[in-house]
Design a protein around this ligand. Sequence first.
Ligand SMILES: NC(=O)c1ccc[n+]([C@@H]2O[C@H](COP(=O)([O-])OP(=O)(O)OC[C@H]3O[C@@H](n4cnc5c(N)ncnc54)[C@H](O)[C@@H]3O)[C@@H](O)[C@H]2O)c1
Length: 354
Amino acid sequence: MLTIGILGLGEGRSTMSAALNSKKYKLKLVCDRNETVCQQRAKEFDFPYYTTDYQVMLDDKDIDVIAIYTPDHLHASHIKQALLHNKHVVCTKPFIDNLADAAELLELAARTGKKVFVGQSSRFFEPYKKQRADFSAGVIGELITVESHYNADHRWFLEKKWALEDSFKWLYGGLSHPVDFIRWYLPDIEEVMGYGMISSNGLKAGLRNEDTMHFIFRATDGRIARVSGAYTGPIQPASRESGMSCILRGTEGASQADYHELRYAVTTSAGEEKIITWGDATLKHYFRFEGQSHHAGEYQNYLEYFADSIEQDWVAYPDIREGIGTVALLQAMDKSLKTRVPVKIKEILDVYGL
Ligand SMILES: NC(=O)c1ccc[n+]([C@@H]2O[C@H](COP(=O)([O-])OP(=O)(O)OC[C@H]3O[C@@H](n4cnc5c(N)ncnc54)[C@H](O)[C@@H]3O)[C@@H](O)[C@H]2O)c1
């Protein structure tokens, strides 16, 4: 069993639930600089061990793993401090929001020998797990193309102060999910282009960066993919269009995994058409709080996968290199939004000597 500490108790609330329900972890300490949030979580989970000072968690020799859920622009410094204190690290998506920190983090991870895992929660959600297993078993033949989107009515999110800062981008906060799907199936994306805009709802709220975006990608082997996201307006009923979907089109079949309604559809190489949904027990594992916008189930799945990788000494993916690759792609996408021309990922990596 590993001992874990959790930093940042907004989304870290779901991680507390995940760790407290897991046989592979002992939750020792949680940290948020906002004491009111600490007190709320202490009461909710009947777990009184909190601190408002990250240093206390870093100095705790019993803690093997630190799980980080602070605002995007703070991840790099929080990961760095965890590695410097010899902790294994789980960091939520987006891994970092600027490649300027990447080389140092890679060097630190190699020097300390500690494992770094990127919490790309959607990979650990039932329909996407099933889609991946079918794909790996050859159910749809060879992959032709991937299409993915993540649309959400996140107007409520704009009440958070950091959502209206220059550093906050839906490109990183939202599109990092479908972009991770693209890289899961087509790791070697060579070039990307896209358009984006701030919607009138976003402008009114004071948003600084694009909340509506469409992108296309080209891999080194010539295959193409696309990704879209819109974050500041209503979405369609989930029974018609899941907020987040990943569609794989293969030589022998096709499949679609949907986040909302936990739905998976596949046409197999044998010509069979199936639509799969999951029952109450699975729903209860994933949706422990109000609504369907929490991720405790996915977090428990990935924390346990990461625990196995530490105990059995193998690499849990996405690891630090894959995480940095996705950030490079996001940074290329950002550049394409500004220049309105295709951007090569290598150009971005070269700038940072990666
Ligand atoms: N599916 C997912 O994986 C998923 C879903 C939602 C959010 N997230 C990620 O989780 C992260 C946090 O998002 P959120 O919605 O919880 O934001 P939030 O603002 O609600 O919570 C962040 C918390 O971090 C605390 N904090 C900030 N700096 C700190 C510091 N130096 N020391 C200790 N605590 C500090 C804040 O007080 C706050 O309570 C973001 O990176 C976001 O992208 C991931």
